[in-house]
Design a protein around this ligand. Sequence first.
Ligand SMILES: [Zn+2]
Ligand SMILES: [Zn+2]
Ligand SMILES: [Zn+2]
Ligand SMILES: [Zn+2]
Ligand SMILES: [Zn+2]
Length: 324
Amino acid sequence: MRRLALNFLLILVLFVGIIMAADPECSYCNKTIEGNYLSVDGKSYHEDCYRDHVQPRCAHCGKVIDGKYALLNDEMYHPECYTNHILPRCAICDQPLQGKYYTDYWGNSFHESHSSELSECHTCGRLICDELTGGGYELSDGRYLCGICNETAVTGDFLLESSLSYVLRLLEANGIDNLPDDIPITLVDQRKLRQLSVSYSDAMHGFTDHNTQTRNGHIVSKESHIYILSHLPLTMFRAVLAHELLHVYLFERNLDLRSDIREGFCNLGSEMVYQDTPSEYAEFRLLNMTKSQDLDYGYGYRKMSGLLDQRGWRYLLETLDDIK
Ligand SMILES: [Zn+2]
Ligand SMILES: [Zn+2]
Ligand SMILES: [Zn+2]
Ligand SMILES: [Zn+2]
Ligand SMILES: [Zn+2]
């Protein structure tokens, strides 16, 4: 009896084997396929099983993908769906960002070609156009100013006095005191700034003229006159003013420093203003100083900023003359 049962099982197994060879099993539902079937990657499927459950679908529109497809993060897309709906779009012309594109500090992504067609704002680096900056201007000295920076641009005398008292207060809070509070400030264009300074550099946004009057070899009076580029956004204007006021500080104390230590030290005034008025713009300007390749305004600044972080203002002010 037991033997018979075993034989029957063997026969059954054999029988199934024959069926399988004749009618394949669907790799999706595991049932036998009678009639037409599809063979994909060495596997067989019922037509319906394949279409409804196995065939790849576009992760955007959900429809079946028949031919070419685009792959992103393991998701498949129709090439058209991918181009028109998945690719980021250019912030300037609104077309899909295919090929090479840039993303600026402000998070705007745009086609490479726009950067050669449009002008860059001289203070924030944005490309000037309606879409990114609400337009902008070319100043008479050749600088470009975008609509965003123009909103706070210092172009006349009315913000000078309040800026001066703000910066003087800020410097005083860090022990930089006894600066004259009646220093004349004049707004100038880039041409004038270039004429004023013998060692003009593109990293310069202001200049301080010093005058010492002597009688019989004795100093009777010291005077400074600060010149600052016009059309700087208020935050940057104040940062430049702080830089120039530190020149006045050095002049008043007869501290004649090497150029990298001098400009690096004065840039600590700008750093102070940017840290005191945090904004994306202030961060951008700080980053500019941090990355500058200028020997004085860049390397000099980083040297002095490192020293300030380590030792603090008091130490710095007391030992300025000895810094090598
Ligand atoms: Zn099936
Ligand atoms: Zn699609
Ligand atoms: Zn574009
Ligand atoms: Zn700008
Ligand atoms: Zn300077």
